[in-house]
Ligand binder design. Structure first.
Ligand code: SAM
Length: 229
């Protein structure tokens, strides 16, 4: 098991190539982000207060800004190099705030209309950490606020998980050599990623108090899911 320091170091190192790499590693990454944006229930003209957890190089913040030009967004990430790329890519906006640190420890503040996250929360190592973050997210939303997470998930049986793993490897093989997949990306996945079954996420969100909990997109080992406070 690697520590969060390893996750931080990995993303500090990978920041420059991240946007190219993520398209090779995550099946239908752009479609997943589009589905997350389509799940947001507010009028496009609304000035929404948004929190992006594990913003990375700012891809979902950027997509939110394209739909909600008045959105005020706070981006949190552990890796300074990732945040720096977001700052550079989104430098034309003056209503984005950046917080460097661990999302488990940083106080989020309150009264957000929308909290979003993409491919970040599966780095939390235990079920309890994931449930605690869901409580923290719920407490930081306004009544009627929305939370959507686009993330890496597990299937609910060994058989279905094996099907997912086969399909994921087939997807990566289109652009990455088998050697690199076996020697680099699968070991990284097993050491740094702690996805939970999608069905557990749905149960946890309901238990925390979210309403209208739903899965708005799913493909192989990725899903978009969330609910309304
Ligand atoms: C795979 S990237 C996803 C980036 C972006 N959201 C996207 O969809 O492209 C995961 C990001 O989550 C960040 N991260 C992981 N664990 C974190 C934590 N505990 N606190 C803050 N950021 C974290 C990493 O530094 C990295 O930038």
């Amino acid at each position: 098991m690697k520590t969060l320091k390893n996750v931080k170091d990995h993303f500090e190192e990978e920041a420059k190539e991240y946007d190219e790499l993520i398209l090779k590693l995550i099946p239908k990454y752009n479609e997943m982000i589009e589905s997350l944006i389509n799940s947001i229930p507010f009028e496009d003209s609304k000035t929404i207060e948004v929190l992006d957890l594990g913003c990375g190089t700012g891809n979902i913040t950027s997509a939110v800004k394209k739909r909600y030009s008045h959105a005020k967004i706070t981006c949190i990430d552990l890796a300074e190099q990732m945040i720096n790329i977001t700052k550079f890519k989104l430098s034309k906006y003056n209503d984005i705030k950046y917080l460097l640190g661990d999302l488990r420890e940083i106080p989020f503040g309150a009264d957000y209309d929308l909290i979003i996250s993409s491919l970040a929360l599966h780095h939390l190592q235990t079920d309890q950490e994931k449930i605690s973050i869901y409580h923290k997210i719920y407490d930081s939303l306004k009544e009627g606020g929305a939370f959507y997470n686009a993330d890496n998930i597990l299937a609910s049986s060994e058989y279905l998980e094996n099907v997912n793993m086969k399909q994921w490897k087939d997807f990566m093989r289109k652009t990455i050599s088998n050697k690199e997949i076996e020697e680099k990306w699968l070991p990284t996945y097993y050491e740094e990623d702690y996805p939970a079954p999608l069905i557990k996420h749905v149960d946890w969100l309901r238990e925390v108090g979210f309403k209208n909990v739903d899965v708005t997109w799913k493909y192989i080992n990725g899903a978009v899911f969330g609910g309304i406070k």
